[in-house]
Design a protein. Structure first.
Length: 328
């Protein structure tokens, strides 16, 4: 709890506490923001090192692919040459085949929208509801603690060339059930967009509200990681592409983040061993590394924020927060 309180209130923290998780705290002071009515550290003060790990993994995959191609074209020798194993090429275990197939929309797959726009966690490989179904389930409200997001909240992305997204590194993840399902086809308030993406990809709404607090305090215009990361969930352009949509469209940004997490949670990306490990898939968004020591502090901060629900104290010109009580 102390780590999250530090992040949100700006209380001093010993560098060793942050450094253990790979975080660095910039020197800017915490401020009180009249828009939300609570003190917080601006998101730029949390510098993430995950991009370096992701870039390293991309380079590793490129080298492995080149080696495999060279081996395939090499003349036969008396000693057979085995292609190098790569995590990128790893396939889910045979008994996980259902998760590798594109998810078919299913009416009621995420349940009807409940009070507070709450949607449940759907198990790996579950059929997922369509974006259209989820749009109908969102709890609509005039509550908007980030009115400056209005333009991006009302913008649907440019659909040309896979919305500008880079490959998700294998044919299953790039297929119709995952990357091919990201379209950002929704408009609404910031919270309504988070609800919609939560429903569409089968993740708890408050979890996604919390991660957006940790990433940007719901500021779609925020640019981090030296100008590389954009939008609500900080889509890193030199890893995942996405510009200008990642900055221009809040719904696209949220759709991408939840889709990528679903590919991790279903076990169809690099780290098939993370299938069903929600905490790890939250944290890999930050670290790009399946090793728990690289992502655990980040995931713990998101989880603590999920419990504390600081958005309930944020002000808005009209409306009330969609969740009306704190639930442990």
């Amino acid at each position: 709890m102390a780590l999250l309180i530090t992040i949100l209130t700006g209380a001093a923290v010993a560098p060793s506490v942050i450094d253990a998780g790979g975080w660095a705290v910039a020197p800017a002071a915490a401020r009180a923001d009249a828009r939300v009515g609570v003190p917080f550290i601006p998101p730029g003060q949390l510098r993430r090192d995950g991009g370096a790990r992701w870039l390293s993994r991309i380079a590793e995959q490129a080298r492995a692919a080149a080696d495999a191609a060279a081996n395939a074209s090499a003349p036969e020798t008396t000693e057979p040459v085995a292609p190098p194993e790569t995590e990128a090429a790893a396939q889910p275990p045979a008994d996980d085949a259902a998760a590798a197939a594109p998810a078919a929309p299913a009416a009621g797959g995420a349940g009807e929208g409940s009070a507070g726009g709450m949607f449940p966690l759907l198990a790996p490989g579950s059929a997922l509801p369509s974006g259209e179904e989820c749009a109908a389930r969102v709890q609509r409200s005039a509550w908007e603690p980030r009115p400056e997001n209005a333009e991006a909240n009302s913008t649907r992305p440019d659909a040309s060339a896979s919305y500008g997204m880079s490959s998700w590194f294998n044919s299953v993840a790039d297929g119709a059930g995952y990357r091919g399902r990201v379209d950002g086809n929704f408009t609404g308030t910031t919270d309504e967009i988070i609800q919609w993406a939560s429903c569409k990809w089968g993740f708890p709404t408050d979890l996604n509200r919390a991660q957006a607090v940790i990433e940007t305090t719901w500021d779609q215009s925020f640019v981090g990681d030296g100008g590389e990361s954009h939008g609500l969930y900080q889509m890193r352009a030199n890893v995942w592409g996405g510009l200008p949509n990642s900055s221009a469209s809040t719904a696209f940004n949220a759709d991408w983040a939840m889709g990528l997490r679903r590919a991790c949670y279903d076990g169809v990306m690099w780290y098939s061993e993370l299938r069903g490990n929600l905490d790890a898939c939250i944290g890999v968004h930050y670290s790009g590394d399946p090793d728990e020591s690289s992502w655990r502090p980040y995931t713990d901060a998101v989880r603590e924020c999920e419990q504390d629900k600081p958005w309930l104290g944020w002000s808005s010109a009209s409306g009330v927060p969609p969740t009306t009580s704190r639930q442990g």
